[in-house]
Ligand binder design. Structure first.
Ligand code: PEP
Ligand code: MG
Length: 527
């Protein structure tokens, strides 16, 4: 086979060299049973085994991954999903065909949707379908060999979680997206990943070179290509090594300008692996991940916030009120709607569901005395939304005071992620701080969904339109004494950092895994 290079979009930086593993290979053959009753028992047992495996994986997983797995368990336990398969078995079909046909019917419905949100649910259903089929067919060879590059149309989160990444390996996908759950998992574990490959991977035999720093895969590489690849890979590892030396120091540019670098977290346990001395506090705690299968009660939330505040000590911890909706559905809270990124998400949903919002507000007010808390509201589009949310904090504070409950009012700020705020920030002169959400701000300014690989080339924070807005928000903050930071993913991207500092930002919040690289990139900027 001739060497072949296919370009794609980097989703998690790194390099992998190894054998290819076909994610889409057909499953092993199923051994049919003698009677419909046995077929039924066989499918029931396979679903049961899948639930047990998922529950075990959820036990060991962090909160992001556990949320996905619990969602899968809930779907598997839903009779509406398995009912058609059992009906088909009763009329003479084998368990494997009955299950596949039932799930394929559901998947086709979701795939036909022109909404990314619904297409993403099709990925979850394919994952569930294949897990049960692998159990039914006792497909013992389905695990990827350690160090392999997993290739295919898309990858299921469970496949990612059950793969042993301790000996390297990577992921190369024809579809996929940089904002998918798997991409987030890959970044947090340092697994190289490329999505949106521009051509199909015709022959998946042999070994390949995955460059997930720039976004490409080379199949059947020549010795010269292997040599160049190893040099790039070694240089990446060396840069990471150098970056690690920056971790313990405060971030300063070449010109001596100090930059605050905070961390973005979701689950309180995320802070367990971070030395507080290496960062300037928490720039964003995404609380929607606490809202998993069940809505968390006040006590659960209070304990979660208190843990992070105590870990950070004097340093600020910015907790964002729940930003459910959009690409973050929460069962029992979010609504199904045609265009979820432009719908009832973030503060809009919280203000529509005061029963849920007030619980979170009370938990935050009670946690505040345990550290240096700042609270911010997501998806603010108008000053009225901020005013209503702030008034709810005041009401709940008064109620806690009347009951004699210990509490404290934190400074209240807003995310700047809807263009209306970035264009006309003067309506928000009374807020305590601004935090720019570059993920959403970019998608709304460029009209390019953050989770759609087909428009990933448009989704750039470095587009002059996005940078100009960021620059005008930082200028407004400077002139009016309002601190401005940025907590979108761009803050941790070494390629974007010079432009962000050039736009006036001096306060970035990044994924913990990107802390060292971000500090190293800051040290290279001359502002
Ligand atoms: C953002 O939009 O940049 C942001 C930080 O929020 P999220 O990614 O959670 O929408
Ligand atoms: Mg956002």
């Amino acid at each position: 086979m001739r060497a072949m290079r296919i370009e794609g979009v980097p989703a998690s930086a790194g390099y992998a060299e190894g054998p290819l593993f076909d994610l889409d290979r057909p499953p092993a053959a199923y051994a049919g049973k003698a009677t419909a009753t046995e077929e039924k028992t066989s499918l029931q047992a396979a679903i049961g085994t899948a639930v047990i495996r998922l529950a075990a994986m959820a036990e060991a997983a962090d909160s992001d991954a556990a949320g996905i797995l619990e969602f899968h368990i809930a779907m598997l336990e839903d009779d509406a999903l398995s009912g058609p398969a059992f009906a088909s078995i009763a009329s003479g079909q084998t368990a494997d065909v009955a299950w596949r046909e039932a799930l394929d019917g559901e998947i086709a419905g979701y795939e036909a949707s022109d909404q990314d949100y619904f297409r993403a649910r099709a990925t979850d259903l394919r994952d569930i379908r294949d897990q049960v089929l692998r159990i039914l067919t006792e497909d013992v060879d389905s695990a990827a060999p350690s160090g392999a590059i997993l290739c295919g149309e898309d990858i299921a989160p469970t496949r990612f979680l059950e793969t042993d990444w301790s000996h390297g390996g990577g992921i190369a996908l024809k579809a996929g997206s940089t904002a998918s759950h798997v991409a987030m998992l890959a970044r947090s574990r340092g697994v190289p990943m490329v999505v949106g490959l521009r051509e199909p991977l015709a022959d998946l035999a042999g070994m390949a070179l995955l460059d997930a720093e720039h976004g490409s895969i080379v199949l059947a590489p020549s010795p010269a290509e292997i040599g160049t690849f190893r040099q790039s890979s070694a240089s990446f590892a060396a840069r990471q090594g150098v970056a690690r030396r920056f971790l313990a120091r405060p971030a300063v540019t070449k010109a001596g300008t100090a930059v605050r670098v905070r961390v973005n977290i979701a689950d309180p346990s995320d802070v367990d692996g971070i030395d507080i001395a290496t960062c300037d506090g928490v720039g964003l705690m995404r609380t929607e991940f606490l809202f998993g299968k069940n809505l968390p009660d006040e006590e659960t939330q209070y304990r979660a916030y208190r843990k992070v505040l105590e870990w950070a000590g004097e340093k600020p911890v910015t907790i964002r009120t729940v930003d459910a909706g959009g690409d973050k559905p929460v069962p029992g809270f979010t609504v199904e709607e045609g265009n979820p990124f432009l719908g009832l998400r973030g503060i809009r949903l919280s203000l529509a569901r005061l029963d849920i919002f007030r619980v979170q507000i009370r938990a935050l007010l009670r946690a505040a005395p345990h550290g240096n808390l700042r609270v911010m509201f997501p998806m603010i589009a108008t000053a009225d939304e901020y005013g209503r949310a702030a008034a709810l904090f005041a009401e709940e504070q008064a109620a806690l005071a009347a009951r004699g409950v210990i509490h404290k009012m934190p400074p209240l700020g807003i995310m700047v992620e809807v263009p209306s705020v970035a264009i006309a920030p003067e309506a928000f002169a009374g807020v305590a701080f601004f935090s720019i959400g570059s993920n959403d701000l970019t998608q709304y300014v460029m009209a390019a969904a953050r989770d759609n690989a087909a428009v990933a080339h448009l989704n750039s924070v470095r587009h002059p339109a996005v940078l100009r807005l960021i620059g005008s928000v930082t200028a407004f903050g400077r002139e009016n004494g309002i601190p401005v930071g940025l907590c979108g993913d761009a803050g941790g991207d070494p390629a974007a950092i010079p432009s962000l500092l050039g736009a006036g930002l001096r306060d970035l919040s990044v994924a913990p895994a990107q802390l060292a690289m971000a500090k190293a990139a800051i040290a290279d900027v001359s502002v």
